[in-house]
Design a protein around this ligand. Sequence first.
Ligand code: GRF
Length: 193
Amino acid sequence: MKNIVILISGTGSNMAAILHAAERERWQTRLGARVAAVISNRPDAKGLLTAAEAGVATAVVDHKAYSGRAEFDAALREAIDVHEPTLVVLAGFMRILTPEFVAHYAGRIVNIHPSLLPAFPGLHTHQRAIDAGCKLAGVTVHLVTAELDHGPILAQAAVPVLPGDTADTLAARVLSQEHLIYPRAVAEWLQTA
Ligand code: GRF
């Protein structure tokens, strides 16, 4: 069985989209894959409840409980590796990871970033796209490398930036695309794993 471990920090709507796709598209029989666990760095992440309701194992590795990034990453790695993951999926996981952590999962850790990379790595992507006068915005699924929001691109989707858009209205338009392309990109990755 190919185990997927999903890391979240908040709502977990991308995680939920992956759980739904796995169920609907019968990943267990078709791909020999399942979501083995959902892990959050925040104990109050809403997505933990969604995952538990779906019958998925959950865990919290609270970054505030660790003295530094290296200690946190080591604890996180331990919590992930218990599930012997084929793929680690970052879904709104808001912590920067150490190069050692990324190296440990090299080639089998993916992220979703709400911009058309390489444009706008980092935070506040929607406002930055509006401020730059972009006519298109979007989302990127990519393999994670040591450099933040870089790494080989697996999938992208574009949406229009409309007159009068705010960061919130644009974010909502982009998020609906995230929910389509992330499960698809994960399934494609698993097919060749
Ligand atoms: C998404 O926009 C994702 O691209 C970004 O953070 C947001 C997470 O949303 N990295 P959710 O927790 O999946 O609902």
